[in-house]
Each structure stands twice: as C-alpha cells, then as structure tokens.
Write a protein that binds this ligand. Structure first.
Ligand code: PLP
Length: 362
C-alpha cells in the first residue's frame, strides 16, 4: 500500500483532491443514500439533473461569468474543440488568427484550416517553443484570435493576458491545463475550452464556456451534435453525457469553492511554483528550459546537465514516490505538474529531494 508515500506530479489525468475521491467512491456504492450507484442513474432523472445543475452553477460562480456566457459539458476532449470551434465560428471565406506556441496550438491550427483561412500571427517553433512570442498584431477583421493559455508540454504560460485583450478581436482560448488556477477576466473570451482532466475533474468530459452572441453567424450547415446552440438549448443533455465524469467535476468544483475559490487556488499555486523554481534555479546540475518570464505555474519543464544526472534523478524520484515527473516525449528531461489539487507539501517533499540530490550526489 503506497498511498501514504506517493506525490503525484503527473501532467494529466492528474491529481484530484482526496476528498473528491472519497465522496466519488461513496457515490459509486450508494449515491446520496439513494440505494443506487451514480453509475446506474439515468441522465434524465432529477437526481442527475441536480448534479449537472450544481456543476454548471458552481463553475459560473467560480469564474464570475456574466449572463451571456453559457457553460457546456461535452464529449471528445479538448481535441474535438480544435475543429468544433472553427466549424461554429469561422466561415469558409473568413480568416482566424492563431498563436503557435506548442503542439496543442499546432493541432488547433491544422484543424482550423479545414474550415477557413488561418493566419498564424506568431510562433516560437524556432526555439522549440521555449518562449512566448509577444510581438504580433491580429488583423482587426479576424473572426477570432486563438491562444493556448498554458502550454502543458513545454511549460510556458501567458502571464499577462492584456496583450490579447488589447487586440480588439474576439478571443478563443484553450485553457485545458490552467483553467481555474488563477484569476482571469473570463468574460473577455468569446469561447474557452478545456479538457477536464487537470483542474476540473475526471477525464472523459470537456468544458466549453461560450458567449452565445458569437454563435449562429457561419453559413455552413452544422451536424446536430457539433452545433453549440443545440447543447445550450438541451442544457448539456443533448445525448447521454459522461455522467460519472460530470459528477467528479461537480465534486471538484465544490471542493474549490469551499476552499475559497480561484483567488485562494492562485495564491497556493504561486507559493508552490515559487518554491519549485527557486529550488530549481539554485541547483547547477539541472536547469529550466523556458524563458523565465514565461514560466508556467502549472507545468515546470527542466533538463539535467547530462544523461547520467537525468537517469539518477529519475531513479531517486521513483524510489521516493515522486510520480509522473518524466518529461514529455517531445521535450525529454523532466516535467513537474503542480495543478490545483497538488498540496504544497508535495512540492516541499520534491524540492527537499532535489536539494538532497544536489548536495549529496552532484
Ligand atoms: N490542449 C492542451 C493545452 C492540453 O494540455 C491537452 C492535453 O493534455 C489537450 C489540449 C488535449 O486534450 P484532450 O486529450 O482532452 O483532447
């Protein structure tokens, strides 16, 4: 039984609060003392309606959404949004502006090209996405400007979003890996999407927040399941939704609300990432790979000075129960993910281990 010793730094599906696991386990056995499991409850029952209502309401509350913004729970992961967004928002003859800051943005660009013109306004591909390119201007006539707020693979995160607000173009953001981690004026976005499996809840569902005023403007015909308006009308119950995943999202959102909301999560995330990066910068045998001002507070990416150090540090982490810190296959090295549910104590345990490694081995 390893549970007491494990610290989960995995990039996703990632750590969720212990309280959520406990409550969800009870829900599987006997949901709210109904005698039924959450897994055998119909999605059109009052019982499940209460679950999805609370999930939507809590998310609206946590994000301070105005009345124009709708919250949808949908299938297909964030990757489905790569094409569903342009299908709904980009006319064939129109142009959308895209920022190319990593593999997720690149995939979004590829899909958008199936539906209209794509203007890639900036890219940091030349430096393996190790910084965020800030010198760009989107065409004022662009249907929208797309950004990835946090680049999970490379460990960069837009710290100052005013650069985007000042463009005066409708904004669309993939917030899969930093949604609810910091206070943002979410109402400034026409559309936000995020796979749930990091800060929102369980894998199997994604969240779309859409300003309904931007819908219904493209001329193409849309398949029923891919038209956001149908999901809004049906309250995310257009077909059978991923009931259990939505239930886990509801519990996670409730946990975040009880903790004090996004501002409290942000403060904790700052404390965790400060401790982590200070420690990283104090150890010569390892170094961060991205521009300091663009460092992500969710995913810290770093490399060792040579292959031997890398191997030894990974082995030590494995021995000490530090899970999921091996870097993405495209970057190598290490990646430490510090999502909302990761306790400060886990970062402290890891940084202590890093210091031990530095002092005793290198
Ligand atoms: N966008 C970002 C920023 C991600 O981090 C990920 C997955 O990690 C995705 C998109 C793809 O999400 P999904 O696997 O839910 O399609």
């Amino acid at each position: 039984n390893k549970t007491a010793m494990v610290h989960n730094f995995g990039a996703g599906p990632s750590i969720l609060p212990k309280e959520v696991f406990e409550e969800a386990s009870r829900g599987i056995i006997n949901f709210n003392n109904s005698g039924l499991s959450i897994l055998e409850i119909g999605h059109r029952t009052k019982t499940f309606q209460a679950v999805i209502d609370e999930a939507i309401h809590t998310l609206k509350d946590l994000m301070h959404l105005d009345a124009e913004h709708e919250v949808l729970f949908m299938h297909g992961g964030a990757s489905t949004q790569f094409f569903q967004v342009p299908m709904n928002l980009l006319d064939e003859k129109a142009s959308a502006a895209y920022t190319d800051t990593g593999i997720w943005g690149t995939k979004a660009i590829k899909e958008a090209k199936l539906f209209g013109n794509v203007d890639v306004v900036c890219s940091s591909k030349d430096a393996n996405y190790s910084y965020l390119p800030k010198d760009f201007k989107a065409d004022p006539s662009a249907a929208y400007l797309h950004l990835t707020t946090n680049n999970t693979v490379y460990g960069t995160q837009w710290q100052d979003l005013s650069l985007f607000y000042d463009q005066n173009v409708p904004l669309v953001a993939d917030m899969s890996s930093d949604i609810l981690s910091r206070e943002i004026d979410f109402n400034k976005f026409d559309l936000i999407y995020a796979g749930a499996q990091k800060n929102i809840g369980a894998a199997g569902v994604n969240v779309v927040i859409v300003n309904k005023r931007c819908l219904g403007k493209v001329s193409r015909k849309l398949p029923t399941m891919l038209d956001y308006r149908n999901h809004i009308e049906a309250g995310s119950l257009l077909n059978t939704p991923p009931v259990f995943a939505i239930y886990v999202c509801m519990l996670t959102l409730r946990w975040l609300k009880n903790m004090g909301g996004v501002s409290v999560a942000e403060k904790r995330n700052n404390e965790k990432s400060d401790l982590f990066y200070q420690t990283l910068d104090s150890i010569p045998a390892i170094r961060g790979t991205v521009a300091k001002e663009d460092r992500s507070k969710m995913n810290a990416v770093f490399v060792a000075e040579n292959a031997e150090v890398e191997k030894e540090f990974l082995a030590l982490c494995e021995k000490e129960g530090m899970i999921g810190i091996k870097g993405h296959r495209t970057t190598g090295g290490f990646r430490v993910s510090m999502y909302n549910a990761l306790p400060y104590e886990s970062v402290k345990a890891l940084t202590d281990l890093m210091l031990y490694f530095a002092n005793h081995k290198y």
